[in-house]
Design a protein around this ligand. Sequence first.
Ligand code: DLL
Length: 432
Amino acid sequence: MIWNPQYETMPRPQLEKLQLERLQALVARVYEKVPFYRQALQERDLTPESIKSLADLSRLPFTVKQDFRDNYPLGLVAVPMDQVCRVHASSGTTGKPVVAPYTANDLRMWTEVMARSLTCAGMGKDDVMQNAYGYGLFTGGLGFHYGGERVGATVIPTSTGNTKRQLMLLQDLGTTVITCTPSYSLILAEAALEMGVDLRLSKLRLGIMGAEPWSEQMRAEIEAKLPIQAIDIYGLTEVVGPGVSVECPHKCGMHIFEDHFLPEIVDPATGEPLPYGQVGELVITTLTKEALPVIRFRTRDIASLNPEPCECGRTLVRMSRIAGRTDDMLIIRGVNVFPSQIESVLLEVEGVEPHYLIIVDRERHLDDLEIWVEVSEAVFSDEMRKMEALQQKVKQEMEGTLGIGARIKLVEPRSLARTEGKAKRVVDRREL
Ligand code: DLL
């Protein structure tokens, strides 16, 4: 099934014509409305009239995560605040989040691409969709929620956690589609086993999973244990949230909804555009967004693009699985974490040094975060109570900034290895 055949199966020449028109309108809009973009264009002697073909896209400046930080909270917004009807957010590189506002039209567009995504994944109006993505500032919960309702399915907004209740509702309400991170699906499977629940007897048949990296091996494990078809879905807060791209049941790459999101692959080192098929950094331009349009946003995600038509009938370009990141962002229990955020917390807390080691592991499918932190010489003491209080303080501050729990281990002054050059601050023991 195809939700919107007009756009999803549009012949490519026609699609490219539409993309060019939309790109020209976008550049004109940001040039007029967003000082940051006007300045960036002027620095390159560009005006909206400079965009004459899609190839001119590569003349436009990039936008990077740091630009969001420099313009925090709403400096990149292209509409007056009274037109903003919702705001989401995700982790920034330090204490301040990336703020993503939406107009009413943006929300309609997002719901449309989510309805397309869920349909593309194989969901329909007769399905019961249990949505175990987090509701709140994270885009996963509400993004899937409105998409599911638009498709006409029955939506159960369980949000994250409370695995026993998830399993109870899954059985009692006849859930057919689970939407959650791939790692959470394995937690569900394991809990089911422990509770003596045989998921093969349930109606569950499909999982629509993303928000964190996973592999083909992990897909095989999920499909064997749950047992379902597991479909990959991709998106990011800066661009819209989930719904940028999704696999169809052929599982041969994620179709990008190119009438709204214009993709490129660039060489991460030079920024030069790379041809179809080559692996590099995914860059996305939002063609229709009103509140937070982004020009050539460097996602830091590594992928390649394939324009061959798919058996499903969609003419949209497909992107590969995300093969990694060009920066040091970690995704821990679905939450984006930057080592620089951890450092910014340690700089704030008296009694500890910004020398740390982050150890990430996956125990029984659950990500575990431990941070080793060096105590300052001056406060280092044998007094248990003092050290415990300091540890609690770091823990609280850390959880406040990161939004997830972390175990803090205080270590002696100067005990963490110093390296010349790039410090090794992360040990990631997870195997996907
Ligand atoms: O994770 C949006 C989302 C929600 C996508 C639910 C899919 C399902 P952010 O929190 O801004 O948004 O994180 C975006 O997560 O740049 C990737 O590094 C990573 N990511 C998202 N989807 C996938 C995926 C949401 N399918 C960041 N595979 C992105 C691998 C993914 N990584």
